[in-house]
Unconditional design. Sequence first.
Length: 452
Amino acid sequence: MMMSRTSSPWSRYEPTPDDPWDLRKVAHLHRRAGFGATRAELLRDVEAGPDASVERLFHPSQPSTEEAEAVEAMRRSSLLGVCWLHRILYWPDPLREKLTLIWHGHFATSIKKVDSGVLMDRQNETLRTHALGSFAALLEAIIADPAMLVWLDGGTSKKGKPNENFAREFLELFTLGPGHYTERDVREAARAFTGWVRQESRSFQETPSFVHEPAQVDDGPKTFLGQTGRWGPSDIVRIVLERPEAATFLARKLYRCFVSEAGAPGPDLIEPLAEEITRHKFAIGPIVEIILRSRHFYSRAAYRQRIKSPVEFSAGLVRILEIPRPALNPLALSAACDAQGQELFAPPNVEGWIGGPVWINSGTLLERTNWAADVIWGRGENGLAPFDPLAWAAQYKVAPGRAAEALLDLLLQGDLGAEARRLALDAGRDGSPDGLRKTLQRLVNCPEFQLA
């Protein structure tokens, strides 16, 4: 699975006395590969070591029958964002949910144009199914995805009248990036994607559906990226992924999502990762595993080098603090993510959420502060009960007078300046519920907690 070249930044991380496996590295792994860890998960994985901790992410336990039935019931409702947030909070497969969120931003599709919860839910399941699988299979699934056919007008693309919208975004945003194809390549790919016909609905409430009609398929010769043949959708995917730019494009995407948003990674980082993508024939899971096991992933260059998205921040806080389900109104959580700039199933445009520093401005930072205050202190009108720090401390057999330090380890693993640390610990030194809530509020409002 891993590279054999020990000089590569992607060679396997091995703990040493000077670079030990510790609480900071465990929390870093869970922030990047999921949405944060509980105290029990942190302590478990410190003891387990890096190999077992990463292995567990790729071989999660199955949800209970009750959880699966609850999610299926929510899927049948119109509360898509609530259903997904439920998975993020309570399902035992955080890495798959993190990648589903990544692919949702990559293949950005909005319900505001699709106007069908059923189709958006189906696309979400498609992204989840292929999240760690073959990138080629994911691309082929997206080409035929009904929500995408509505979103980028593929459902109106017919022989003699190909629509170029999807073909353009397929090349620019999904696979190669700008500058690696021509306008002719866009037109020829659009011809290959023809043949979809939207079925007539008998009522305005009927879910849109499409059929692939052979008579509407342009099966004539096409010259695409220098290759000529009677290409169809699968051929376009194959030809694109044969280009070295495709592996580089995907390497940069995964690097930004899992390692760092700070600056552009150089060829010394991207080229070896792109080589691995090619060697693994664009299998996503093995590449993510290489990243999560690597020396570079646990280096200072990667540590807290991403700004948490609203979902990572808001759902992550709930998950880390283990807020009891009766104390949380999931609609309030969904609304908080929306107010902070990340409305699930409604990315702003075809480029998705840009992320990075764009997540933080005076308005969204205030919304983050408000959500944290609601979680910690409660907000009755929104169905949010106050966090009970003494119950949390008792669960872990932590004395109230030591709970502030335990919360510091839970949220920031000591990554705090001396003065901020003093203020946070002083607030909860008496071990009272309100004192510990003040400690929490000071910790979650620190700049360091905004960083993944």
